[in-house]
Ligand binder design. Structure first.
Ligand SMILES: NC(=O)c1ccc[n+]([C@@H]2O[C@H](COP(=O)([O-])OP(=O)(O)OC[C@H]3O[C@@H](n4cnc5c(N)ncnc54)[C@H](OP(=O)(O)O)[C@@H]3O)[C@@H](O)[C@H]2O)c1
Length: 320
């Protein structure tokens, strides 16, 4: 007789519990106090909180961002830290960061790629075509959209690629347990309106790193996919211009509210940072935050229209 669903569930829960208890913590190989952590994009938000939490448990951290005043402020809160002003999209900058790490630490154990920029408008609107219009985009409008897309692709896709090429060999030759964590986004695997440029560029770097994980099995790769996080990430939007004049008032208001910076709603930054560090500690491959969103990804392939409706609701998007 086949086992009842209750027995099956019990066996699965006990098995999962035992597996969790037996997972090997990376600290058995690299004690917390000896871990050397590079955080690209640590001058604010999630990266900054990851730096704070690593430093609090004794790791040496290297804080990287373009705004040196912010980098310095983070360094002041982190004992044993280095701070560098560098741009993840500039090859020379990443090679300079690598040279400093080799000189100061003789290598690195953990690379966190947190740097990223947002884009928050419907694509055609970025090109100057209101959603209620059926006129063609002008040459200038198309060019404006392409310029914004290039900026998004540089930070969200080419930057992580430059980081991977720059640091993978150093990680391999200098660490007993090399790890890379990419902060991706739920928007990289579940499509969302007003997030065309953001989701597609984050999706590109996610797939890049997933393929790199196969090419470099001696490195533990982790990918964290959070939904909306509190903070002012939207201030980095690369596609902002005044909303089209003929946008209906209600839509314009909704759009302004949704794009307002410094959101206090969403996942807590400290919680996302904690989960990122846990993912590295236990070599977890893909982490959805919240966990249930793994199902959203699955449901999209089975019942896309359901997820599309939910996405429209979440972003207050009314199609033409
Ligand atoms: N906030 C959300 O709702 C959310 C949701 C899912 C995923 N994420 C992802 O989480 C990551 C962190 O975002 P956050 O919420 O912490 O936003 P944030 O506060 O704006 O942090 C972004 C960080 O990236 C750095 N950065 C951006 N472009 C860079 C570049 N070219 N070179 C070097 N550093 C660069 C910024 O520093 P500088 O400006 O000083 O360079 C900043 O430290 C991003 O990759 C984002 O895609 C965010």
């Amino acid at each position: 007789m086949p086992p009842s669903p209750c027995t099956l569930l019990l066996v699965l829960s006990v098995g999962f519990g035992l597996w969790k208890l037996n997972r090997r913590h990376r600290a058995t190989v690299i004690p917390h106090g000896e871990e050397r952590v590079l955080i690209l994009g640590a001058s604010s938000g999630i990266g900054r909180e990851i730096a704070r939490q690593y430093a609090a448990r004794g790791a040496t951290v290297c804080v990287v961002g373009r705004r040196m005043d912010k980098v310095t402020a983070v360094m002041e809160k982190c004992k044993n830290s280095l701070g560098l002003s560098a741009d993840i999209t500039i090859v020379k900058d990443m090679v300079r960061v690598r040279t400093v790490l080799e000189k100061e630490w003789a290598g690195v154990d953990t690379v966190i790629v947190a740097a990223g920029v947002s884009a928050t408008r419907p694509l055609l609107e970025v090109a100057g075509v209101g959603l209620q219009q059926d006129s063609d985009a002008s040459e200038e409008g198309i060019q404006f959209a392409i310029n914004a897309a290039e900026t998004a692709a540089r930070s969200n896709y080419l930057g992580p690629m430059i980081a991977a090429i720059s640091f993978i060999p150093l990680l391999k030759r200098s660490s007993k347990s090399p790890s890379i964590l990419l902060i991706s986004s739920l928007g990289a695997v579940i499509p969302a309106p007003t997030r065309t440029m953001y989701g597609s560029t984050k999706g590109a770097s996610l797939l890049l790193y997933q393929a790199l994980a196969i090419e470099h099995p001696s490195i533990s790769f982790s990918f964290v996919l959070p939904s909306t996080v509190e903070g002012d990430f939207r201030a980095s939007a690369v596609d902002q211009e005044p909303l089209p004049e003929n946008l209906p008032a209600q839509v314009a208001n909704e759009r302004t509210t949704l794009n307002s910076t410094n959101s206090t709603s969403g996942l807590k930054v400290y919680r996302v940072a904690q989960r990122c560090i846990q993912a590295v500690d236990y070599s977890e491959k893909i982490v959805f935050i919240p966990h249930i969103m793994r199902l959203g990804h699955l449901v999209y392939w089975i019942w896309p229209s359901l997820i599309e409706r939910k996405a429209m609701k979440k972003y207050g998007f009314t199609p033409e």
